[in-house]
Design a protein around this ligand. Structure first.
Ligand code: SAH
Length: 210
């Protein structure tokens, strides 16, 4: 598959997903710049691919689906937090959909490389930090949305629940085993969350959850 428009055509057809805003964002992101040189020929296939440090860049369909879950109910002027920067690809997609994207990566080398890559590609509204996403990014909070791109165990870390505003949402794959259920949690005035479930996904594990 040669380019992002063709990749989106395939995702649209295969999954019957009507996610026009996300499709248009994904068409703008050169995924070949986010994968290892040896995988460039697969950059626009709908697959997760290895990146440095034994991690992966998520499958384009998963990026599309999670972004779609995140944007419904939110606005372009909103700001979001991503946990698990990896290559920076998901953050790049979100940068077209939101005013500011904050993203945290636990592996120093990946955080550094993603920051460099995003700067080179001229993304100005993405802020990368090395750290444990379990604690969120308090100084930049509250967030309108939080998206977790590593597989969580229950419960979703308390800092993330605290750092999202009322009416905001958390999109996260959560579960006790390898199969993670994609959740959309919407914060209610009471501080509780309304929970919606969206099928099973597989992710690299979230590290060091206490
Ligand atoms: N969103 C990425 C893919 C994520 S893979 C992309 O678009 O390329 C999951 C990433 O989460 C890995 O890079 C992993 O190192 C990171 N991660 C795992 N546990 C973490 C934690 N506790 N805090 C921050 N990042 C974490």
């Amino acid at each position: 598959m040669s380019d992002s428009a063709e990749m989106i055509r395939q995702i649209r057809k295969y999954y019957r997903l009507n996610a026009l805003a996300v499709f248009s964002a994904m068409k703008k992101v050169p995924r070949e710049k986010f994968v290892l040189p040896s995988y460039v020929h697969l950059a626009y296939s709908d697959n997760a691919l290895p990146i440095a440090c034994g991690q992966t860049i998520s499958q384009p369909y998963t990026v599309c689906f999670m972004s779609h879950l995140l944007i419904s109910g939110l606005k372009k002027r909103d700001k979001v937090l991503e946990i698990g920067t990896g290559s920076g690809y998901q953050a790049a997609v979100l940068s077209y959909l939101f005013k500011e994207v904050y993203t945290i990566e636990i592996i120093g080398r990946l955080a550094k490389e993603a920051r460099k890559r995003l700067k080179r590609l001229d993304y100005k509204n993405i802020f990368v930090r090395k750290g444990n996403g379990e604690f969120g990014w308090e100084e930049a909070s509250p967030f309108d949305g939080v998206i977790v791109t590593a597989g969580l165990y229950n419960p979703v870390p308390i800092a993330l629940r605290e750092q999202v505003r009322v009416g905001g949402r958390i999109i996260a794959p959560v579960g006790e085993g390898e199969d993670k259920v994609m959740l959309r949690l919407t914060k209610l005035k009471s501080g509780e969350f309304r929970k919606e479930k969206f099928g099973i996904f597989h992710f690299v594990p979230f590290v060091k959850q206490s």
